[in-house]
Design a protein around this ligand. Sequence first.
Ligand code: NDP
Length: 433
Amino acid sequence: LRRNPGEHEFHQAVEEVLGSLGPVVKRHPHYLAERVIERLCEPERQIIFRVPWTDDAGQVQINRGFRVEYSSVLGPYKGGLRFHPSVLLGTVKFLGFEQIFKNALTGLPIGGGKGGSDFDPKGRSDAEIMRFCQSFMTELYRHLGEYTDVPAGDIGVGTREIGYLFGQYKRITNRYEGGVLTGKGLAWGGSQARTEATGYGTVYFAQEMARHAGVGFEGNDVVVSGSGNVAIYAIEKVHELGGKVLACSDSSGYVVDEQGIDLDLLKDVKEHRRERIAAYAEARPSARFVEGGRVWDVPCHVALPCATQNELDEDAARVLAANGTEIVAEGANMPCTPGAVRVFAEAGVLFGPGKAVNAGGVATSALEMQQNASRDSWTFEHTEERLAEIMRRIHERVVTTAEDYDRPGDYVFGANAAGFTQVADAMLAMGVI
Ligand code: NDP
């Protein structure tokens, strides 16, 4: 706390992981003796830089850019870039810290990192977005490389932004180094199924949770928060698997659609027109828009928070439990507050933490790196099969780790213990680093 004042989200993420590791360090006391935990609280490198750019009115704007290269013991730093006005150093550190263990759980050779800027893309023209991305990369490029640090997208950063960033990287370095950024377009080195991967993977994980608990997934009513990349493709996969998504949201409120969310319309509103969620309800007679409302008030069997951190608090968790929700799986990073997670545990609601549930995105980014390295390009079906298999393996690993410590059904413990143990063992093998 003293060394990182005011970094609330970082403190919360660290506490969540460390608070659950008691049984692990009891079994492996050398982790304490070798001060592995203290080492992991300090990122390997933190980069902060000025991003000056010119808006359409000719006015100079200044933003702050970040890249936290957190841990490289399992592979090059890997994790997304977030463009949102709420981004502070503590936000990026929390995301980077989570990313280390998430990436370990994928079983793929990737370390943990995260980055972004307090730039707000809302309402900005394409030309402004491009100028911002070019300025951002003009500083960041010197820290990147396919064997060093490989960013991807996150909130506010999709294929359009990755395109502008990659274009500038290529221009400055004079290298077509496809593996330096993931989330690229299909025509220029991207992977099939990367756009869909985090949302699809989230639903695959929730389906495994249901299967393991002996309940079906088909026919379930599902509520999803957000309507961005993760939310849209989670909705798509729920519908493919026979569930019905009744509601989704953005930061202005939520829509309920008793007929089930019409995905084509949602994609048109969000991906093409880039409008607010109210536009969905305006175009669909079976839907209504609730301004400023809380999407968790809509009764459901399965809840998938896919928007942002701390969006589902203790109160909302009580409402979900009272409405009979059986499964909550985090498509976003840390969307449930510690109080909400406690409520789920007390009420017997199965809870899957983000670092396991949403790992399909970064796993498919690692598959994109594999394809770039071998100058290959796989089919959608093959890539999705790999993704589904990875999600099954993550689920299996989390469940068996929890059982090994006599904590059956405790996904939070299983994910933290399995991820931490792998990272800690790798650190110890490499000496005092
Ligand atoms: P997008 O920018 O595509 O979508 C974010 C969605 O969340 C939007 O609907 C947005 O609404 C909403 N949102 C953002 N901030 C807030 C807020 N403060 N309050 C309410 N709603 C908010 O981002 P992604 O879908 O890519 O990311 C969503 C989450 O998933 C994040 O936690 C991210 O870290 C995590 N994640 C993403 C991965 C990926 O591959 N994209 C991989 C793993 C995790 P609005 O437009 O109104 O702001």
